[in-house]
Design a protein around this ligand. Structure first.
Ligand code: BES
Ligand code: ZN
Length: 446
């Protein structure tokens, strides 16, 4: 690993580019500027495209007639680092320990997108040109649903014309095991606010006489699932496509013990999920309803005898083929209204959503990607789906008319979105080789 590559990685990681928090928008934009400079420095024409939210970084090489065009997508925004006290070192002060760099965004997505940038840099240094026409599109709003990127794709549809998109923002099933993901789950968000009294009340004076919104919310949330882990919203599973036989068979043969790994990685006392499905099926091919946060009432030290005036919950649903976010949100709203306990009111706000994605890992681009992975890692390629979501990928298909190759570099222990996120330098190196191999395979593909 060149010292300058490590320096670039550290510089990139030092920006607290937290897209969801308005207090950080200046820092998000500084990170985007750094990328423009970096991409310009390696010989690309790079620009910052403003949006109503965070800017998009767009860079190109000199395009030539008759070559294949590849769009590499990634994101420079990161999730908030909270809870800070659980980090062994400060989240925006990268440190190297036993070959792993620890920092927020190390894997998701700075390390992964940087390995493509450095791959391009090395190719330009070696040959003074690339084998393909290239676009880099690196956005600052992936972690908040990519709300402005669709517009950018529409507006620049013809200039962004390409043959295929390459994304490294997914996982490897194990270290040294190159992985091509051919599916992502979708996501749809919904916020609930249950309100009772107009102010917090003395629970001695009023307790027993009016409904407690926190109790009502707990009762309401408990109606989302049955005891077997099935989602109890009427019609929720109507459009779910069953897993293909070839997938079920292939997943059984993957060289991992996923149950043991999930237990080890999460520290959960037991596995739990929808009855009748394996862990991989539950994560990759079944929808879920998750409560991401609940709140209301007194949360400080000691006790405070109040009946909170309101309680809130933040929900997201993970969606699979062929569920539609709008329909699922409508069904959920209906279910929640119907099951609302007496004595309170309910307000619901739907948030961002992104569709699922499923492609054929055996089409000609998929095969080229498999050859590139095999070459870069010198190991057999695993074909998987993912539980996570990358909202813009379905727009690459719908707006640009192209498929996306998901060549992930995230390891099972990467701690994306969690404290002590990390990325091994080994994968930064592997990503550089992978970038060069995939550009070459795509350039020479007939
Ligand atoms: N890199 C992840 C997506 C991912 C995670 C893919 C795990 C495969 C496995 C991405 O940065 C992400 O976190 N996406 C969000 C999207 C959401 C905020 C709309 C997600 O999945 O929660
Ligand atoms: Zn993420």
């Amino acid at each position: 690993m060149r010292a300058s590559h490590l320096e670039d990685f550290y510089s990139f990681l030092r920006f607290p580019s937290i897209s969801t928090d308005d207090d950080y928008s200046e820092r998000v934009s500084e990170c985007a500027h750094w990328l423009v400079e970096k991409l310009t420095g390696i010989g690309l024409k790079a620009e910052l495209v403003p949006t109503p939210g965070h800017p998009i970084v767009w860079a190109r090489n000199q395009h030539r007639e008759g070559r294949r065009t590849v769009l590499i997508y990634g994101h420079y925004d990161v999730q908030p680092p909270d809870p800070l006290e659980l980090w062994d070192s400060p989240p925006f002060d990268p440190v190297l320990k036993d070959g792993y760099v620890f920092a927020r965004g190390a894997t998701d997505n700075k390390g992964q997108i940087l390995s493509h940038i450095l791959g391009v840099q090395e190719t330009m240094e070696q040959r003074n040109e690339l084998p393909v026409n290239l676009h880099f599109v690196i956005e600052g709003e992936e972690e908040i649903g990519s709300g402005n990127l669709g517009n950018f794709l529409h507006q620049h549809r013809s200039e962004l014309g390409c043959d295929v998109v390459v994304v490294s923002d997914t996982g490897m099933i194990a270290p040294h095991t190159p992985t091509l993901s051919y599916g992502l789950r979708g996501v749809a968000a919904l916020e609930l606010k249950v309100t009772g009294a107009k102010i917090d009340l003395h629970s001695g004076i009023f307790g027993g006489a009016v409904a407690n919104p926190a109790t009502a919310l707990a009762q309401l949330l408990a109606t989302l699932h049955d005891r077997n882990g099935h989602i109890a919203i009427a019609g929720f599973y109507d459009d779910v496509a069953p897993l293909e036989d070839w997938e079920r068979e292939a997943w059984k043969k993957l060289p991992i013990d996923v149950d043991a790994e999930v237990l080890k990685e999460t520290g959960a006392p037991a596995l739990f999920g929808e009855a009748g499905f394996s862990t991989l099926e539950r994560i990759w091919a079944r929808p879920t309803a998750e409560i991401n946060g609940v709140g209301g009432g007194y949360q400080g030290q000691g006790t405070k005898t109040v009946i909170p005036s309101h309680a809130i919950a933040k929900l997201t649903f993970r969606l699979v083929p062929n569920q539609k976010a709008d329909e699922i949100i409508a069904l959920a709203k209906k279910h929640l209204e119907k099951n609302l306990p007496a004595g309170v009111t309910l307000a619901m706000t739907s948030g961002h959503n992104g569709p699922w994605y499923l492609t054929d890992p055996y089409n000609r681009f998929g095969q080229a990607a498999q050859r590139a992975l095999q070459k870069a890692f010198n190991a057999q390629v695993a074909l998987i789906r993912e539980g996570g979501s990358i909202p813009i990928v379905s727009d690459f298909r719908n707006v640009l008319g192209v498929e996306t190759l998901l060549l992930g570099l995230a390891l099972p222990g990467c701690r994306a979105h969690s404290p002590n996120e990390n990325f091994p330098l080994e994968n930064l190196d592997a990503g550089i080789r992978m970038n060069q191999a995939v550009m070459e395979e795509l350039a020479t593909l007939r």
